[in-house]
Design a binder for this molecule. Sequence first.
Ligand code: C5P
Length: 290
Amino acid sequence: MKLRLSSPCKVNLVLNILGRRPDGFHELETVMLPVPLTDQLEFGVSDPGVRLTCSHPDLPVDSGNLVHRAATRFLEASGEPRGVVIHLEKRLPLAAGLGGGSANAAVTLRALNELFGYPLEAVRLREIAAGLGSDVPFFLQDGPALGTGRGEQVEELAPFAALHGRGIVLVHPGFGVSTPWAYQALAGFPDALGGRPGRAREAVEAFSGTDTATACRGLYNSLEAPVLEKHPLLKVFQEFFRERRALGTLMSGSGSTTFAITEDDAAAKATARAFTARFGAGVWVATAVL
Ligand code: C5P
């Protein structure tokens, strides 16, 4: 039996860092929004072991790949004697702040649980997911969510009324940003390192209402401080979106993907066309309906 699943991505509407923790991670509060732009994964039961193939030449297919690690942990935890063959069709940009790799890992856990007849309970899947990465537990569920702790404690939220039917444009300049670098660089930006608690809940309230423009004023990402200083091109992208009357614009996660919220799908597509005309076809541009 083969199982073919889409693996989505996310943007952070709020990524508010509250401080550095003794374990080296950062305490944060984040509002995460699933975005229906996807990679594809295919799973099949096989002889013992994990065999991964991938369409992207830059991605490892051994334990350096989160999909491989997720499958290995699943087989260990479930005591399943059989193995799995997995193919990853990578479409989303890498090191992009979109959680693409985290989603691949979460989809792998969900898929293997289904393929092998649900040997693991939800709470065990969440533990394994959190051990794989801070963003992985978010992708075990399907809605927007509030993340706390290092991002791994996930509270599922109802869909945001303020975003219903709105468009989103995402742009990736072709270079990635190292997540550990972005967090470490916060040390040089004390205001960004010690964010005011409460921004995430306030944003959830605002996005649960219907005034999109007001809600978008709450878009906030602490990691913009170091990343936009290092990569001013991302500021130029944001200025472009503001000139085009986007409802809001922000960098997602540790970047480099920057997004804009638009009135609707038509506005997102028009903005994307104008963006490519201005910055050239070398910049990855995608749109989706929220
Ligand atoms: O959890 P994840 O593997 O995504 O984290 C990658 C890196 O990002 C960590 O090793 C750490 O340097 C940084 N990080 C952090 N605080 C967080 C999440 C990530 O410092 N809450």
